[in-house]
Ligand binder design. Sequence first.
Ligand SMILES: C[S@@+](CC[C@H](N)C(=O)[O-])C[C@H]1O[C@@H](n2cnc3c(N)ncnc32)[C@H](O)[C@@H]1O
Length: 398
Amino acid sequence: MPYLLPHSATINKKLMLVLAFGNLSYLEACTVLGERLSSSKQLWEDIATIELRDTKGGYENLAGVHKVAVAITPNPHARLDDVKEFDDFLQGFDDDFNFSISLYSPETIEETEYEEVLSTLLSVVREAGFRKANLVRPRKGSEVLTREIASRKIIDFIVLKVGEKYWLGATFYVPDSQQFTMRSNERPVVSSQISISSRLAKLLLNLSGVKKGGTILDPFCGSGTILSEALMSGMSCIGVDRDKNRIDNSKQNLEWLAKTRKIPKQSYSLKVGDSTRLEAVMDGVQVDAIVTEPILLPKIAATPSLDKARKLIRNSSRLYSESLYSMAAVVRKGGRIVIVAPSLRTEEGRDVSVLLEDVGAAGLVPFQPTSEPFEYPARMAHENTRWVRRLVYVFERA
Ligand SMILES: C[S@@+](CC[C@H](N)C(=O)[O-])C[C@H]1O[C@@H](n2cnc3c(N)ncnc32)[C@H](O)[C@@H]1O
């Protein structure tokens, strides 16, 4: 996928991230960029800013960002029509570029506000001498989407509304999310009821910290979405499920992937087994990390009552606590466990969640990607179901 700006424009170390999965994407960015970060902050649900110590990139591997933008100014400005750095920035471009303005705010953005920002920046661009630059408007709302930016090679200016001020940036990288959609939809067994998306699977693998050549285990592998993305990332993988049909599903999907993407067959193995007893199932084999989603709860037709939610969550909590000990026993020292847990929003508007808190006895500690403590669970934004949400925990084996 393209870098959309000339390289000279991207050497600034302060970046803005438009997050696809909110807090979870922020955790991914902090984990992948880790020690290279000199600062990071999630400004609101879908926006974070980070500062890198170098200009070596690394964001190409992030699955959870919609856009990576370079900050044109180091800080927000009260007015958009006198930003000197913006004039300087524009000098790098040819006469006839396509450009767009995407406005982000933690509050709802009124159409009039977007129009005001748009006309101010349009005047600045014209006054800087770019008569032929072509303004592309969003199809709806105040944001131009990544697919359009990439296909039409648009220079997408980002405006963050921080309090009463505006912070200006320019998108320079958008990931190719279509490859994930293709892999999710084309595989032989698509079971969207239990499956996470390929994109989310890749994000969870990024949280595991495992590199090419390492081995991950998914002890609740279902139809093998996490395993497939592990293979795509050059890892080896082991899948366990107690249901033989699911193991057959995974087998079909991985065979298809191996054939269509030329992955060596010996990179994966699948076993029928009970993951509350992994030591026996794995027979002494240890892995670099575990990445898994044990339960997404049975399908329910309507928002549950508090009583019903508590009952559902209590039932699944048991499986989580039993299997966490078992997982800790088969992950190597220093290896991570990335685990998705469900949370239910009740008709009373309360959240009832599987909470994984007392894990010290299992020899696990919460993984911290930076010196700033990250507060678990990471919450995933923009879910398509209204009452089941995903929470994510990352533990490290002490
Ligand atoms: C939510 S699905 C996993 C979906 C998977 N991430 C995917 O994308 O296809 C959970 C799986 O856990 C399996 N499972 C439930 N309890 C188990 C246990 N005790 N041991 C092993 N597998 C179990 C179920 O058979 C089911 O396939």
